[in-house]
Ligand binder design. Structure first.
Ligand code: NAP
Length: 357
């Protein structure tokens, strides 16, 4: 299946939208995109530098028709209205907060199904479409049928990568039980609200899965017809640098510590580290990553890995902020454009996978 045009439209310029627009612009040539457009909802003066920088990188600003004048007053010249951009787009990536993506789907996206190849939403937009994490359930994507994809959250990517690489590599029936404690950063370095002054315990809202992290990971594997036994808990700690995850995977078949390291090192999605501080790992990304981001799905703390009683793999790892969601979003875009070449086309991001941090 070929493509004759490839206009990518991003809705939202927040914590995930802004770097995603930048990433699409940086790899425009390699990926073969003809245009990158983005929708900005609020005409806010403090967001002017961000909008100008994105335009300078080659993206086109789109706004709601009734806000055109407000943006012009700020000194910006929107290239298109939002509806014009939606009508042109081959792929739309919704990067709005939880709940908005679903209402955008109902209000706008369904209308553009005849002219758009696909729609992608982020993290918390449960129910938007088929859940996806690159390299975990690509085989579940159905050409022509899956027009809506939900790229799962950064921590869900991490959980999926751990289960896939440590357990399922030795058979899809190999996981007895997985338990995760997601020790979350309070907020992103780009965010001004939501910081917590002290550790704050998350509710177990789901009696089967605990928090949404295990629930979402379950649903990713469900697309592969697997029903895995998983539980997650979460707490927020008063830092802005990297989520950490404590995990225990009980395997049906015995494994040695050397075998666990062998499985982890054989997987390009996984990074290993001798560092123990999130600050040091984050800082490595700042110096060597894509605009500060490493795109691996998880960073395993080598000294924390242990095998207990031959069947229980225990350890800690870090979640590379939003890098894994950005990678899966890029991969999903390329899949919508051409499912026969998307794996090859996504390889341009390989310089930002690190076997070791
Ligand atoms: N933060 C992360 O690291 C991360 C990682 C992975 C996935 N995610 C997921 O990504 C999604 C977005 O999160 P975020 O942290 O990027 O949010 P955010 O920083 O709050 O940004 C939200 C953006 O959406 C826009 N927006 C809000 N309501 C809108 C509406 N009704 N129509 C159009 N645009 C609207 C806002 O525009 P204005 O500011 O112009 O009003 C803003 O640009 C969430 O589902 C989240 O779970 C986040």
């Amino acid at each position: 299946m070929g493509k004759d045009k490839s206009v990518i439209h991003v809705v939202g310029t927040g914590t995930i939208g802004e770097p995603l627009i930048g990433l699409l612009c940086s790899f425009k040539e390699q990926a073969g995109f003809s245009e990158i457009t983005f929708h900005k909802r609020s005409p806010i003066a403090r967001d002017l530098p961000k909008m100008r920088a994105l335009v300078a990188r080659g993206a086109q600003l789109c706004v709601d028709e009734d806000r055109m004048n407000d943006f012009e007053v700020l000194g910006l010249k929107p290239a298109l209205t939002h509806e014009e951009a939606l009508a042109k787009a081959d792929v739309v990536i919704d990067c709005t907060p939880s709940g908005v993506g679903i209402s955008n789907k109902n209000e706008f996206y369904e209308k553009y199904l005849p002219t758009t190849k696909g729609f992608i939403a982020q993290g918390s937009e449960f129910g938007f479409g088929k859940m996806y994490a690159r390299g975990i359930n690509d085989q579940a994507l159905e050409v022509g049928r899956d027009r809506f994809i939900q790229v799962v959250s950064c921590n869900t990517h991490n959980l999926c990568a751990l289960v896939n690489t440590i357990a399922l590599v030795d058979g899809e029936d190999n996981l007895e039980e997985a338990r995760f404690l997601c020790i979350r950063r309070a907020n992103d370095i780009s965010q001004v609200s939501g910081f917590v002054p002290a550790p704050e315990i998350g509710k177990h809202k789901d009696p089967v899965f605990g928090t949404h992290h295990a629930r979402d990971a379950y649903h990713v594997f469900r697309t592969r017809a697997l029903e895995l036994n998983m539980w997650s808990s979460a707490l927020k700690v008063n830092t802005q640098y990297m989520h950490c995850i404590y995990f225990t995977l009980k395997l049906k078949r015995a494994v040695t510590k050397d075998e666990v390291f062998g499985r982890l090192r054989a997987d390009e999605r996984i990074s290993m580290t001798k560092k123990q501080s999130a600050g040091e790992v984050f800082s490595f990304g700042r110096d060597h990553g894509y605009f500060g981001r490493i795109l691996n799905q998880t960073v395993i703390v080598e000294s924390s890995i242990e095998v207990r009683k031959g069947h229980e793999v225990i350890g800690f790892c870090f979640t590379p902020q939003d890098g894994n969601s950005l990678l899966s979003s890029f991969s999903a875009v390329m899949w919508f454009l051409d499912p026969t070449t998307y794996v090859e086309k996504t390889k341009c991001l390989r310089p930002y996978f690190f076997a070791e941090v």
